[in-house]
Each structure stands twice: as structure tokens, then as C-alpha cells.
Write a protein that binds this ligand. Sequence first.
Ligand SMILES: [Zn+2]
Length: 270
Amino acid sequence: MKKKFCVTVNFKTPMKNKLFSNVGLLLSIFSLLIFLPSCQDDEEEIDCNTYQWEYTGDEAPDTWPICSADCGGQSQSPVNIAGAVADDNLQALVPAYNPVPIDLINNGHTIQFNYDEGSTIDVNGEEYELLQFHFHALSEHTVSDEYFPLEVHLVHQNAAGDLAVVGVFFEEGAENAFLSNFTGNLPASENQNYTSEDMVNVADVLPTNTGYYTYSGSLTTPPCSEIVTWLVMKSPVEASSVQIEAMSDILKDNFRPIQALNGRQITEFN
Ligand SMILES: [Zn+2]
């Protein structure tokens, strides 16, 4: 697979007259002669066996589709949330989450809490099991083009293997009691863990207001599979500036840029 840094020469520019046309053609050929050798020199061979996607640099989000074709798909996430339409068929989410021991890992892309088996959520009549939750800073979704400093994703899977991900935004305010269970012990470097017998329940991170936005999308990291029903809670919850900073310092802008809706409709439950 090749990643190209070539300068493209546009031969299709409308030409006003023949003189300009001739000059334009000569300039184009000249440009090609100048840039062709450097183009080949700068062409970088991407080996998908060793490719490690990142948020910045040579393996930034614009390169993800090179080794994960789905990342270039038409139903990608995150998206900007605007113009949502109320849908009377939607119901409030019904979480049935158990308290579990703390099991955090820094996997190099995010801080992830692996949730013990047995916790579920009912999403409009479909049952999904909670697998894990993890964090992004800044938020991945935006609302009317506005970012939040932090977003948590609760990842659930149904029997068919499809995912339902609940997103909750954080805004700066009072200390968040749920986060305070582990924000003093966050695993700062890749492959570092933090485990504890202290029992926590992620139900405590959900906002009181049950309103949410929903749309069909994808994983926001490679392989970007388009198998996700997104459920983004409308009301943000609060976290202190110290808590947000502790998270952000480790997460280092692990948010994928906003993806095109491509005609998808965002609906909402109020
Ligand atoms: Zn996520």
C-alpha cells in the first residue's frame, strides 16, 4: 500500500483562450517534470502488517483507510449532532448494570475499564451486554459544532455481534463522584494497569435526564466497522477541572475528526 504526497496537476481547468490554454499546458508539463521525481522519492511504503494507527503524525486518521478500508466508508463516526428529529418509537434506555471491581488499562489509545460479565442494557427492546467503557479527550461527537472536554463510551454487544455505544459528555463543574473512584490512580503509560477490589457501578456516570440522540455509525478507531448504534446522551455530566486535566494529560487528544453524515438522519428521544 502506498501513501502519496504527490502534487496533482489539474488539466481540467477551463481555459479562456487558446494562448492561455497553451501556456497552461506548458506550465502543467513543466510542473509534472519538476514534481514527478520528488513525488516518487516522497512516496512512502505502508506495510499494513506493521501499521500502527495513531491520532497524529504519519499514521493519523486520514491514513486509516489505507489499511482499514471501512474507515473510508459512508457511515462513519463520530459526527456533529445537529438537526435531530424526535422519534416517538424510541424509548428510554434501561441499563441493568452491576457493581464490579475496578479494572483499568492504558492500551496506548485510551484508558479502558474492562467490565465484568453480566451487565446489560435494553435499547428499544434489544438486549446488549456491557463489555467495557473508555474515554476520549476532547469529545469525539460535537453538538452544534461544539466540543466537550471529555466523552466516555460505554460499549455493549448483542447476540448478533452488533454494538450499541452510549456516549456521555463531561463538562467542567463539580467533582464527579464516579470518576473519583480512579482518577487519582489513572494508568499513565501504555500497558499500565490499575485494578482494585473497590466496587463501582458505571450506572453512576449516566446523567439523570434520559434524553439521547441516536444514529447508525461505526467504531471511531480502526477497523471502523459500521456496526454501531450510537446513543449519545443529551445532558452532559460534570467533572472537576482537576479530573478533566488528569484524563486529558494521559489521553492526549485521542479524538477522531468529525465524519460526514452522508444523508444519515439523527433522531432523538426526549
Ligand atoms: Zn470510543
